[in-house]
Design a protein around this ligand. Structure first.
Ligand code: ASP
Length: 337
């Protein structure tokens, strides 16, 4: 009897030690993963100069966020700062350079989520605030709400000191040319036309793990080119395009938003981790490569978990993406490799 008790106690002790090792295994891990959209991104489409421009900008964004994390900054700050670099670049479909609506205007959506407490902020239909991701963060931190849209969201941002710009600030020659080409095509076809061949979903997003073990995710976009004005995509729908939970993962999606909303993609991946015990990358593959693909839903997801495991899964030709982890691993790429 006494021996049996000792054995039981020894096994219990071994279990506790094993569990502790597991928790502390990667307790120092930190890093971030970034995307600049998925879509028709294949070898041969871009010149060497264009490739370098995309990769350099992604690297700059990654380095900016990583610097925040190395200085002991929060995952939330890293996500916001990383996304600022991509919003300010005309290369991506977010902030300056965002795609145009059917009315030849720009309407921006963004969301941010704090995995440590499940707080979230989201905005949609933004036309005059320079940084939608910062507006989303302001909604999360300074309002009692999660999701604000249009004029009300903008007024709230301005009242909180955010920078106002004309809608034309977001236009570029490339996006104007693109929408005009589509309009001509529509006239020819005499019907509403989604410009599929060239359509790349250049949304930007970031998921980060900080030194305190906290996760955060953020996404910012102009949506889909030639969208009807007033259309809102998956990006600001918490759980669809953006989600973070310290106990599962932080994720940001890009792709054909309607599919990501209908499949609640980011939360679906989180649920596979939480309820089925799946690993982040396996869960992401299950949703993006199986579930979405069966419906012909195109796009991808990037994510990181609290142990510093990452995912960058896409079912399109390519995805602008990259990561940097404190174990020395880092990557920037755009094609399938
Ligand atoms: N998911 C975005 C949307 O549907 C588009 C993108 O990822 O580029 O609004």
């Amino acid at each position: 009897m006494k021996n049996k008790l000792i054995m039981v106690l020894l096994f219990a002790l071994a279990d506790i030690l094993a569990a502790q090792t597991k928790i502390t295994e990667n307790k120092d891990a930190f890093g971030l993963v970034v995307h600049g959209g998925a879509g028709y991104i294949y070898k041969g489409r871009y010149t060497n100069e264009e490739e370098s421009a995309y990769k350099n900008k992604l690297q700059e964004a990654i380095d900016t966020g990583y610097a925040v994390l190395s200085r002991n900054g929060s995952a939330l700050n890293a996500v916001e700062k990383t996304i600022h670099i991509l919003e300010d670049s005309p290369l991506f479909n977010a902030g300056k350079g965002a795609v145009m609506t059917s009315e030849e205007t720009v309407e921006l959506d963004a969301a941010i989520m704090d995995g440590s407490n499940l707080k979230a902020g989201a905005v949609a239909g933004i036309k005059h605030i320079k940084s939608p991701i910062s507006l989303a963060r302001t909604v999360m931190e300074k309002s009692p709400h999660v999701f604000m849209i249009g004029e009300g969201a903008e007024k709230f941002g301005l009242d909180n000191g955010m920078e106002k710009v004309e809608n034309s600030y977001f236009y570029t020659e490339k996006t104007l040319e693109e929408i005009r080409k589509i309009k001509e095509e529509e006239k020819k076809r005499d019907q509403s036309y989604i410009y599929k061949d060239e359509n790349k979903y250049g949304t930007v997003g970031c998921a980060a793990l900080d030194k305190h073990g906290n996760l955060a995710a953020g996404t910012s976009t102009g949506g889909m080119v030639n969208k009807k004005f007033g259309r809102v995509g998956d990006v600001p729908v918490i759980g669809a395009g953006t989600y973070a939970n310290n106990f599962t993962a932080a994720m940001s999606c890009t792709g054909h938003g309607e599919f990501f909303i209908r499949n609640v993609v980011a939360h679906d991946i989180s649920s596979l981790i939480q309820y089925k015990g799946m690993k982040l990358n396996d869960a992401a593959k299950e949703v993006i490569m199986e579930k979405l693909l069966k419906q012909n839903g195109r796009g991808g997801v990037i994510g990181i978990d609290a142990q510093g495991n990452i995912t960058m899964v896409f079912n399109t030709d390519g995805m602008f993406r990259g990561y940097k982890l404190n174990n020395g691993k880092s990557f920037v790429g755009m094609y399938k490799e």
